[in-house]
Structures are given as C-alpha cells and as structure tokens.
Write a protein that binds this ligand. Structure first.
Ligand code: GTP
Ligand code: MG
Length: 277
C-alpha cells in the first residue's frame, strides 16, 4: 500500500496495454529520471502485479494550467525546485491478469470521488513493431476496446443522472518502440487499431461476440456499443470525442529517450501528461 508524506491532491494516471508493450520499462525510466540518485538495477520481465510510482514532470514540460502564464511568472521559476508530481500505476498486460488488475483498477479509479485515487488519464501502451502480427493486433485492439467502453459508459452514464459533467479522462495511445526499424508509424497504428476496433464492434453489434465484459442489466444494451453511431458507420477515435472520451495516438520510444530521431523518446508523452494537469 502506497502513501506519500506531503500529499496535495494527487494526479493519477493508469498505464495499461498488452504484455511486452514496454509499460514497466517506461515506469522504470520515469522513476530514474525523477530521482537520479536512486539508480536501481532494473531488468524488465513480465509483470504480475500492479505498482504505483511517484513521478516528477520535467520543469520544461508545460502543463495545462501554466501554459498561458508569462515566463516571468515566479511560480514557473519555482518549477525546477519544486516540480509538479503525479502518480503512475503500472499494470500487468498478460491476458489472464487484465480483468483482475488493469480493468478493475480502471473501473475503481474512473469512478472514484476520492481526490487521492481519482483518475486524470489513461496511457495505453502498444508495441508498434508487434502490430503487424494479426493475433497481436486483435489482442491489443480488444483490450483497448474494453478500456474505451468503460470510459464511454462512465462519460454517458453520469451525464444522464446529473447535470454536472464528469471530469474528463483522456486516453493516450503511446505508440512505443519507434526506435525499431520494423515499427509502424503512429498514423498507421491509429488506422490499424480503428479498423480492428470497428470489426470488434460490428461483431458485437451482431451479437456474435462472446460478451465477456457484459455484466449488464436488461436495459444496458445501447451502452454496450462503442461510439455514438450505434455501430453503423466506420469506427474512428474521433467518434468517441462526441461522447466525451478524447483519444490521441502519439509515437515515442522508451529506449532512446532524448533522441530526436525516435519521436523524441518519451517527451511527447510527458507533454500529454502535462496537458492533463
Ligand atoms: P507486461 O509486464 O508483461 O505487461 O509487459 P510490459 O508492458 O511491462 O513490458 P516491459 O516493460 O517488460 O518491456 C518488454 C520488452 O520491451 C523489454 O525487453 C523492454 O526492454 C523492451 N522495450 C520497452 N520499450 C522499448 C522501446 O522503446 N524500444 C525497444 N526496442 N524495446 C523496448
Ligand atoms: Mg510490466
């Protein structure tokens, strides 16, 4: 169980995605960057449990709240002494552990009203060199579909019962391993995932798919389809924006962080985090 001594309202992010995507490698890198003193010897291997880490955002990364401030603003100069911190929860991506860990963390955190556990954003990491494999693509898209459906239900569900809009939870699809020459560029990753999710959604509409996520009552059927078009058109992440779930696909590489040629390492993911804060 995790506790911080100084705890202003914390900003929590959940790291999801299939096994081998690089989640733990990313977590380890952020941890090392946040506290260079503690150089732990790390070897990544398949995770079996979730871990929560506290990360500091590099002072040069803008946040949504300081973006329009003047450079002379003293609070910006303080940033390097007193960096903005956030929490990241790494989860195991293995298919057998998803429901008990990643998915249930998502369900708990996305519905939490407690400021300490409340979710700001989801980082869904994918191995962009592995997506050419049909099986991997299907597995990845299925996981992402289930994640997005939970967020859609949350966005729609509460909107009905109260006039207050629920706080937005954005999704970053972190297109990792851009350093590999076999990696698909982020644009094709987006296309492949959209096409595959469309397929999943269509077969779900037809009721052909095993409704493993379906704990639904009698009148929940409409909520079961991703997107606000009843599964009629072609699925795009843009469709989800209409229901209040923003999805971005951004390339990067945990290996070769700081190297421009690899999509600037993890910098653009940190910038995405900053925009959620
Ligand atoms: P699970 O814990 O099983 O869910 O996997 P994970 O997502 O935590 O994957 P992990 O971080 O263990 O990384 C899997 C492998 O990918 C490791 O060998 C990493 O070193 C490697 N890896 C991670 N990021 C990159 C990257 O940007 N480029 C390359 N080439 N390899 C990477
Ligand atoms: Mg791991």
């Amino acid at each position: 169980f995790y506790r911080t001594a100084a705890s202003p309202p914390s900003s929590n992010f959940l790291l999801l995605g299939p096994s081998g995507a690089g989640k733990t490698a990313f977590t380890t890198l952020l941890e090392a960057k946040s506290s260079p003193a503690s150089k732990k010897a790390h070897s990544t291997h398949t995770s079996q449990t979730s871990t929560l880490i506290s990360v500091s955002l590099p002072p040069t990364v803008p946040t949504a709240s300081n973006r329009y401030r003047s450079v002379n603003d003293p609070s910006l100069k303080d940033a390097s002494k007193n960096p903005i911190r956030y929490h990241l929860r790494d989860t195991p991506g293995h298919g057998k552990l998803r429901v008990s860990q990643g998915i249930s963390e998502l369900q708990a955190m996305s519905t939490s009203n407690d400021a300490k556990t409340k979710l700001r954003g989801v980082i869904f990491m994918v191995d962009t060199a592995a997506l050419v494999d049909e099986e991997t693509l299907r597995d990845t898209a299925t996981y992402l579909h289930d994640v997005l459906l939970i967020l859609q239900k949350r966005a729609l569900g509460k909107g009905k019962s109260s006039t207050k809009r629920v706080a937005e939870i954005s999704v970053l699809v972190a297109a990792n391993k851009q350093d590999l020459f076999t990696a698909l560029p982020p644009g094709s990753v987006r296309e492949k995932l959209e096409t595959e999710i469309d397929r999943i959604r269509k077969s779900k509409t037809k009721g052909l798919m095993d409704a493993s996520m379906d704990s639904a009552g009698p009148d929940a059927e409409e909520d079961e389809i991703l997107g606000d078009d009843d599964g009629q058109g072609v699925f795009t992440f843009k469709l989800l924006q209409e229901v209040g779930v923003k999805v971005e696909v951004v390339g990067g590489a945990v290996k070769g962080d700081q190297q421009e040629e690899f999509g600037s390492g993890v910098r653009r993911w940190e910038e995405w985090v900053g925009m959620c804060l």
